[in-house]
Design a protein around this ligand. Sequence first.
Ligand code: CUA
Length: 173
Amino acid sequence: MMQIIAWMTSFILMLSIAVVFIWVAVKSRVRKEYDPIVKKWYKTRKVYGTGLIILMLVVTIYTLRELPYNEPVYGATEEAKVVDVEAIQFGWDIDERELEAGEPVEFRVTGADVNHGFGIYDEDMNLIQQTQAMPDYTNKVYVTFDKPGTYEILCLEYCGAGHHMMKDEIVVK
Ligand code: CUA
């Protein structure tokens, strides 16, 4: 669902940019007095610039509120089940591939060789959680699978010739 919204939003934005370009191209044939146009658009630019700075400040502060993103947002609890994950060229070493629905899980993700990306997809291929799998470092991510099913693990970072083969599965009962 989020991916569809993201795609539709990008599409609408691309379309609006295309419309502006076409409009400019069509209007460029019309001759007009230069000075009034400059004056008008300098003013518009000031208003637009100020508005944009304010908007970006608001969005930045708003999105930083939930840092660290990792913690209770995704259902972390004291009694989360710990599952160790190690990425190796080109596969996954996951110490528990069968999990239970409704059970909070803490994935501890690391890498044996190079940087990989640990991505968990649901059955509709929506990305539900991801983190980097890095050598000499352990990233923790939390997931509570709410539906039983087969969840796919894919590598999200190009890590060599066999990157596309880095697939695995987690079965939630
Ligand atoms: Cu591992 Cu891409």
